[in-house]
Design a protein around this ligand. Structure first.
Ligand code: ATP
Ligand code: MG
Length: 433
């Protein structure tokens, strides 16, 4: 993409209302624009990040055999009356009347509609287990929307639902999902600590929240330091071992009865980016969803539900990965992998070199934002640091005279002078498709 033709409305100063760094940087880097309280428009750069996160989530859900569906955002109140949640959900649910005066709602979550699909289309134990997921907008009329996309009213969520014959098999699905979450967060460049959670209004008896440790987190966590060591390589984590370690939110932590010695206990603030539940037959009973078991008996399938806050993750990644100059995207979610900065637009050698590099990198699947604007060098470099692409390649007349380009790694700040061939080789090896 050529910056001169792109839509990248960056801001010098963060608007007053943005209190935390991720909100400030998201507005300054032109990722989102507020549409109304707790509701955001996603601009091109932000939309690319959102889609990259969704793609990684999707790959890891598919890997455990979950099937992607897409359910409506506007739902009839009828099903929610069957479960009792049309009244129980409270003011967070956005209720709507259609022209026939029928009660509708904007989905805050989708247990009812998913359970209804199982009720209508799954007949036998032979069809189980099933895990269905979607990545879809949700609406919750949060009393205090704040911190930008971190606590929005409209937000993007991955929500999955598992259906199993019995508790043992449902726990196996829960397990699989936990592994998928650990892989997902690791690929997003994050360490997400699984914390034992209160099951709240969704109910049930087994639940974990996944928290990104960050100073601005809304939750206070207490957890066994062993978790930090285990999470250094989440791909090899033994889930049983992980689940056996102490990790609680403040509301569930009791210092006087804590099984972990004070010196082995970490205290940190966390941002909740995922939440998983096993809740047995709560919804299948309420909605009368039954299947035939192996002996021909009619039973209610056991369910779990599993959320990830996709739009919240954009903010959480920035909270975990930034410096005083701006965002530092992990390569896996970066909107473009490389910022190619033409330091002297109009200089034939610079223009030709940039056009060449751009074409060669794009050809090998490395996405590039070419800064071909006529801003000052200082402004260009500040913008590129702000938007946080992992690699910067700077092309200027002085270096070119010696056949050299400057390559900077945004995270380490390290710069190298390399020939064009060496730049292409290094970047395609690291980043190419
Ligand atoms: P919270 O305690 O933060 O309100 P929750 O327990 O209500 O979260 P779930 O119903 O489990 O959240 O939703 C799944 C995920 O969706 C959460 O882990 C979080 O990452 C995300 N999420 C929930 N509410 C919001 C919101 N208002 N804005 C952005 N993301 C949200
Ligand atoms: Mg909530």
């Amino acid at each position: 993409m050529r910056a001169s033709q792109y839509f990248l409305p960056t801001l010098k100063e963060a608007p007053q209302e943005a209190q935390i760094i991720s909100h400030q940087l998201m507005l300054r880097a032109g990722l989102v624009a507020q549409a109304s309280a707790g509701i955001y428009s996603w601009l091109p750069l932000g939309n690319l990040v959102l889609n990259n996160i969704a793609r990684i989530i999707r790959e890891e859900q598919n890997r455990i055999g979950a099937h992607e569906v897409l359910l409506p955002t506007i739902q009839s109140a009828d099903l929610w009356r069957e479960s009792g949640r049309f009244d129980a959900y409270g003011a967070e649910m956005l209720r709507i009347k259609d022209r026939h005066d029928r009660d509708m709602l904007y989905t805050p979550t989708a247990e009812e509609l998913m359970t209804d699909l199982a009720r209508r289309f799954v007949r036998s134990y032979k069809e189980l287990p099933q895990i269905w997921y979607q990545i879809q907008w949700k609406f919750r009329d949060e009393i205090r929307p704040r911190f930008g996309v971190m606590r929005g009213r409209e937000f993007y969520m991955k929500d999955a639902y598992s259906f199993d014959l019995d508790e043992a098999s449902a726990r196996a699905s829960y397990h699989k999902m936990m592994v998928a979450y650990l892989r997902t967060f690791a690929r997003l460049g994050l360490t997400a600590v699984p914390v034992r959670a209160d099951t709240g209004p969704i109910g049930g008896d087994l639940s974990h929240e996944f928290h990104i440790v960050a100073k601005t987190g809304e939750s206070l966590l207490y957890y066994d330091k062993e978790l930090d060591r285990l999470m250094q390589d989440p791909s090899t984590v033994d889930v049983e071992r992980l689940m056996s370690l102490y990790a609680m939110e403040e509301t569930m932590h009791d210092a006087s009865n804590c099984p972990v010695q004070a010196e082995n206990l970490n205290q940190a603030r966390g941002i909740e980016v995922g939440h998983i539940f096993y809740f047995g037959t709560k919804y299948t009973e309420a909605l009368g969803a039954t299947i035939m078991d192996a002996s021909g008996k009619s039973i209610h399938p056991h369910m779990g539900s599993y959320g990830i806050g996709v739009s919240r993750l954009v903010g959480a990644i920035i909270e975990a990965s930034h410096d005083e100059r701006g965002i530092i995207w992990p390569e896996s979610v970066a909107p473009f992998k490389v910022a190619l900065v033409n330091l002297k637009v109009g200089d034939v050698a610079c223009d030709t070199m940039c056009a060449d590099l751009y074409a060669q990198l794009e050809k090998t699947g490395v996405s590039v934002l070419l800064d071909d604007t006529t801003q000052s060098v200082g402004a260009k470099l500040a913008t590129m640091d702000l938007i946080g692409l992992p690699w910067q390649v700077r092309v200027g007349p002085k270096g070119l005279a010696q056949g050299l380009l400057e390559v900077k790694n945004r995270r380490s700040g390290e710069t190298q002078e390399l020939s064009a061939e060496a730049v292409i080789q290094m970047l395609t090896e690291r980043l190419g498709a």
